[in-house]
Design a protein around this ligand. Sequence first.
Ligand code: ATP
Length: 184
Amino acid sequence: MTRHLKVNIVTPNGVVYEHHAHMVVAKTLDGDLGILPRHAPIIAPLAIDEVRIKRIDSDDHVDWIAINGGVIEVRDDVVTIIADSAERERDIDVSRAERAKNRAEELIREAKSHADVDELRRATVALHRAINRINVSKQKKKKKQKQFERAVFAFFLENGLQEKARELLIRFIQFLRTLTYEFL
Ligand code: ATP
């Protein structure tokens, strides 16, 4: 029988994520950690970074979660992340994150001018959290972009244009990429 991982993400606000997965990739303070079923038991502190979860329902179903520090535990195919805060890509308020980023950058400037080490450290962490959220939120755009490209590619193939139209298709996709990044 195929073994899966069960992934739980818990924050002080409660359970934010609970799904089965083929694979989890997280960033610990010691570097990237890739977890497959039968992984050895481990507990590790997590960096402020994204966690990628490859779901079992389809090959290209990947969830991206912004994890803002915490701990990961792997045991008996159960991956538990206890995070200070965590947001799925679809729940991220990008304009809030942009505002947080601007605030943090301003605080960093002030802290540097006053040589305030504690404030500099706090503002740097806040900046990392904001940038992490912004990066994770962009995954949604990239996912839509790929789906769109696949649909265009399928259209060309179905219409027997594969070889001659290959170069044209690549140029077309590059053009669409610039357009859809503007509007998605
Ligand atoms: P802000 O300054 O915008 O509050 P923060 O980094 O100080 O950002 P946290 O203290 O890490 O915020 O989180 C407080 C709560 O708000 C948590 O529940 C977190 O999940 C949520 N949160 C923070 N920023 C965002 C965001 N951009 N989109 C969605 N939820 C967010």
